[in-house]
Write a protein that binds this ligand. Structure first.
Ligand code: NAD
Length: 296
């Protein structure tokens, strides 16, 4: 059994605790034992699991791995702390708020001989898997992916290209490596509203537009318009709205790596670093030139 701690008790952290207490029978997740959880708040016990301090988690011989569920701005710092303490790490996406930091974290994991796994549950949903099947083998002419959702604090979650990395991951997993062309960010801080529009090209020079828009009253959802040579895909496949079990699937991927069942994560690392590199470019482009960044 491998001892594990959950760090950060928000929505994701609570799901992680629930999953660790109820592993899926006959799956790798049965190899994990939840030792405790770490929170910056005093929460006492959650479902009979003890809160422990960060130092206890870092120093304990019982703890072999940590699952980092903090807000995005803390991912790099906590991942680094646990790797330096000789623990394996599973971190929720995005693993860091720059490609340079992500590269350093993987170098550190390799130097320490530890697994560093990044959760990407957006690739595990039934909706996405059906979409991927529908896109497979088709020639893209141009496309748009537009995400909307409620307000999100940029201080805690990073520039929109990072907080929205799940959407960029979809585009790259569907259409291969992309080249950044330009981006704009419009925002109204008082209204907690912002909209990023990023223009990308596929290897065949086909234009892809990614829009990430958040503000009060915006319903969480994704709209697509993918124009292929053969036909147009303008809505996501309809599947029962059931997201249960996604974090459990991810947990099993992490444990497969821990027990050596998953031999190489090179393509995964390449995809993650490519996404973060593009996110870096979008952020730099919007921040460098005020004309690309405007207030209402
Ligand atoms: P969250 O806002 O629920 O929690 C984030 C952090 O805020 C947690 O560390 C928690 O300790 C802290 N927090 C929560 N409520 C608090 C409160 N009342 N007072 C003080 N601190 C509080 O966010 P989340 O949805 O759990 O996301 C955590 C990470 O997981 C993020 O990096 C996110 O990108 C990633 N993630 C989440 C989901 C999801 O479905 N929730 C899916 C994929 C990835």
């Amino acid at each position: 059994m491998l001892g594990v701690v959950v760090v950060g008790i928000g929505i994701a952290g609570r799901v992680r605790i629930r999953d660790l207490l109820n592993p899926m029978p006959n799956t790798p997740s049965e190899n994990l034992k939840l030792i405790g959880f770490v929170s910056r708040r005093t929460l006492g016990k959650i479902e009979h699991v003890d809160q422990i301090t960060l130092d206890e988690a870092l120093l304990s011989d019982q703890v072999q791995a940590a699952i980092i569920c903090l807000e995005n701005s803390f991912h790099e710092e906590y991942t680094r702390k646990f790797l330096n303490a000789g623990k394996h790490v599973c971190v929720e996406y995005p693993m860091a708020l720059s490609v340079a930091a992500a590269g350093e974290l993987w170098d550190l994991a390799d130097a320490k001989g530890k697994i560093l796994h990044v959760e990407h549950i957006e690739l595990l949903t039934a909706e996405y898997n059906l979409l991927k099947q529908k896109v497979s083998g088709k020639e893209l002419m141009e496309g748009t992916l537009h995400f909307t959702g409620g307000p999100l604090d940029r201080q805690r979650n990073g520039f929109p290209a990072f907080s929205g990395i799940a959407r960029l991951t979809w585009l790259i997993d569907l259409f291969g490596e992309l080249t950044f062309k330009s981006a704009t960010l419009s925002e109204d801080l008082k209204q907690q509203y912002w909209k990023m529009t990023a223009h990308l090209h596929t290897k065949d020079n086909r234009a892809l537009t990614w829009i990430e828009e958040r503000g009060p009253g915006l319903r969480r959802g994704k709209q697509i318009n993918f124009q292929f040579k053969s036909d147009i895909l303008d809505r996501l496949p309809e599947v029962p709205n059931n997201h249960s079990g996604l974090f459990m699937k991810d947990l099993n991927l992490f444990v497969q790596k821990l027990v050596g069942q998953h031999l190489t994560d090179t393509p995964e690392r390449k995809r993650i670093l490519h996404c973060l590199g593009l996110a870096d470019e979008m952020k730099a482009f919007c921040e460098q030139s005020p004309s690309n960044c405007h207030d209402y």
